[in-house]
Design a protein around this ligand. Structure first.
Ligand code: CP
Length: 305
């Protein structure tokens, strides 16, 4: 069955299963077990923007599962110029078993997904980063032993794609979520409402506030760049607006003593987090980056095997 993963909501039912499979695959591969679940399967990876983790983790993941991945750039394919996303989807569907796409324009992702007859995975768009949130939830579960009942806090640009994904992914797995950012950067209404609805059904909370003291009692603090790709033209304004929302040791000390720090990387040191926090004792950022591999292997196994 074709199943697109454009949002983390597309795996709402299977999310815990994928996280647990990621943890198991990590253990089994490190113990020397070999997998052939995706033998003969090919993943096309289309990037319209730069990537280190997403490209490497998908490509290595396909190899470890006995399959193959092909790296393509939007420029060489001419998506939306040389050829429509719909035609690219129709043709690629005859060659490959799944398509991972990192678009500049979310409408292209939606058009590609609508016309592909194989699963399409969002490799990060303006609104969400579903693969990153799977890896992050896996990391939290590894570090804390559970997800249900924990409190997760995002500090920074609350309307960022990662903040949106945390709102959905953390509430889906029974966590309380707090987003701390200046009002101008609060999450868009869709993500705020959807996550509050999910949290309400599970008897948990979503809090959106400007108050940095809201990190008290949190188990996880995360942030992301204050100037994501789509907002380069606002760089100077954002630096000013978000200057009080840099994750520092002072903010980390307000949280629980065993709080962990997360960042999807790349990190802009001093802009959204200080280097002593990003690579301090409470940071799990490198484990988080590693877990992109295992969480996506779990997702690919579920989708394709
Ligand atoms: N976190 C993340 O998606 O990294 P890349 O942009 O390097 O793929």
């Amino acid at each position: 069955m074709k199943k697109n993963i454009l949002s983390i909501l597309d795996v709402a039912e299977e999310i815990e299963e994928i996280i647990d499979l990621g943890i198991k695959l990590k253990h089994d591969v490190k113990a020397g077990k070999q997998f052939n679940d995706l033998q003969g399967k090919t993943l096309a990876m289309i990037f319209e923007r730069q990537s280190t983790r997403t490209r490497l983790s998908f490509e290595v993941g396909m190899t470890l599962l006995g399959g193959h991945a092909i790296f393509l750039t939007g420029g060489e394919m001419g998506i939306g110029q040389r050829e429509s996303p719909g035609d690219i989807a129709r043709v690629l569907s005859r060659y490959v078993d799944a398509i991972m796409y990192r678009p500049i324009n979310t409408l292209y992702l939606e058009e590609l997904a609508a016309h592909a007859t194989v699963p399409v995975i969002n490799g990060l768009d303006r609104e969400e980063h579903p693969c990153q949130i799977l890896a992050d939830l896996m990391t939290i579960k590894e570090k804390k032993g559970r997800l249900e009942g924990l409190t997760f806090t995002f500090v920074g640009d609350g309307d960022d794609n990662l903040a949106h994904s945390y709102l959905l992914g953390c509430t889906l797995t029974g966590m309380n979520v707090t987003v701390i950012s200046p009002k101008k950067y609060w999450p868009n209404e869709y993500y705020a409402t959807r996550s509050k609805d999910i949290a309400w059904k599970k008897n948990h909370t979503v809090t959106i506030t400007e108050d940095l003291n809201a990190v008290a009692q949190t188990d996880v603090i995360a942030t992301d760049t204050h100037v994501s790709f789509w907002f380069e033209h606002e760089r100077q304004q954002r630096r000013t607006d978000l200057s009080n929302y840099v994750v520092t040791q002072e903010i980390m000390k307000k949280a629980k003593p065993d709080v962990i720090f997360m960042h999807c990387m790349p990190i802009y040191y001093g802009e959204e987090v200080t280097i002593d926090v990003a690579h301090g004792q409470k940071s799990v950022v490198i484990d988080e980056a590693e877990n992109r591999l295992w969480a996506q292997m779990a997702l690919l196994t579920k989708l394709l095997s």
